[in-house]
Design a protein around this ligand. Structure first.
Ligand SMILES: Cc1cc2nc3c(=O)[nH]c(=O)nc-3n(C[C@H](O)[C@H](O)[C@H](O)COP(=O)(O)OP(=O)(O)OC[C@H]3O[C@@H](n4cnc5c(N)ncnc54)[C@H](O)[C@@H]3O)c2cc1C
Length: 326
């Protein structure tokens, strides 16, 4: 078994873990991020179909906080982040209208993974390494991974959705701490990707679906891309629908989604060239911790991530920023 030793181990290379990494790059802290997936970005992630990026998790982000604005400006200048829309649409079952208020939404033309990849350039990250077990011995953590690696760390910060963190660390928490953390709940979300010929034009960018029990959001994903070669729709399902259909056949879910979309799109919507279904077990937290992080009594373990404040990209950044102010 291989051994590695750090002052700090960060679990997760999503926006929160990577931001913590970025904020620590010029410090003396000897740290490393461990990420179970091959890709960076966690729930702000991208798939490629015929080379075209498609966001099947987070769809866009808003910027309200000044420090997040400064952080994002760097990536706007690099062309990695771009303003997508000032006003999106709402479908109420009868008409497709514009939102009443202006609210700038940002995206990455190359998909959200491009942002995480850029942040990760300056940070030590081991990908495809899942932390599976933790033991606290002699004031240090001993972490085990699925790659036969043993890691020693003074301190651990886990940015995974809290349910996943508790699978590893629940033995080291007091009863009342565990109860507090278990009160945070995530909704599931089924994302359906529909790919069409580029000739099939969609006159809107994104629609909040305020009608029926199936959909919550529909994106014209190709409107985010610089030179799209195909028209792509990403349709995301409501939490109850996603829960009910989590194990349903892809075809069944896709047909129900297309049936909804028929209300606002021409008949071509019924004949996609390609379809994919992504099931998010933990998509957004429907209740939060109401503080930016949880710290264990001995200060050797921290849980943080979007679920602490609000399930959005900006909050994932803010949790990191509050933990390690710039
Ligand atoms: C379907 C969907 C739609 C969304 N829409 C929007 C939106 O439109 N706008 C918006 O702002 N936000 C949206 N969000 C929320 C947004 O994606 C999150 O707020 C943000 O990405 C959370 O970042 P994070 O770093 O806190 O957590 P995560 O992105 O979940 O990162 C945690 C990381 O930890 C890794 N990990 C977990 N366990 C382990 C382990 N044992 N070992 C190693 N690594 C591990 C995971 O692989 C993951 O990469 C959406 C999310 C989903 C799923």
């Amino acid at each position: 078994m291989n051994h590695e030793k750090y002052d700090l181990v960060i679990i997760g290379a999503g926006i929160c873990g990577l931001t913590i990494g970025k904020l620590l790059t010029n410090s003396s802290v000897n740290f490393k991020i461990f990420e179970k997936s091959r890709a960076f970005g966690g729930r702000a992630s991208t798939r490629r179909v015929n080379g075209q990026p498609i966001d099947h998790g987070a769809q866009y982000f808003t910027v309200t906080d000044l420090s997040f604005r400064e952080f994002i400006n760097e990536y706007i200048e690099l062309g990695i982040v771009k303003l997508w829309s000032n006003k999106l649409n709402i479908w109420d079952g009868k008409s497709l209208m514009y939102e009443s208020q202006t609210n700038p939404r940002y995206i990455c033309p190359d998909g959200f993974t491009a942002l995480s990849k850029e942040i990760a350039k300056v940070i030590p990250v081991s990908r495809e390494v899942r932390i599976t077990k933790a033991n606290f011995n002699n004031k240090k953590w001993e972490l085990l991974t699925d790659q036969n690696l043993e890691i020693e760390a003074e301190k651990v910060i886990s940015t995974a959705p809290i349910n996943q963190s508790l699978e590893i660390f629940s033995n080291y928490l007091r009863e009342e701490e565990l109860m507090q953390l278990q009160s945070v709940n995530f909704d599931p979300c089924i994302s359906v990707i529909l790919v069409y010929e580029l000739a099939n034009y969609i006159p809107w960018k994104g629609v909040f679906w305020n009608s029926g029990d199936t959909l919550s959001w529909v994106a014209n994903d190709s409107s985010k891309r610089t030179n799209p070669t195909q028209t792509v729709i990403v349709a995301q399902c409501k939490p109850d629908f996603s829960r009910l259909n989590f194990k349903s056949e892809d075809e069944h879910v896709t047909n129900l989604v297309i049936n909804e979309l028929k209300q606002i799109l021409p008949t071509w919507v019924q004949s996609p060239q390609e379809t994919q279904v992504k099931r998010w077990k933990y998509s957004k937290a429907n209740s939060t911790l109401d503080k930016p992080f949880f710290e264990s009594e001995n200060k050797k373990l921290i849980f943080t991530g979007d679920w602490c404040l609000e399930s959005k990209i900006e909050s994932a950044f803010l949790c990191a920023e509050i933990l390690y102010p710039n």
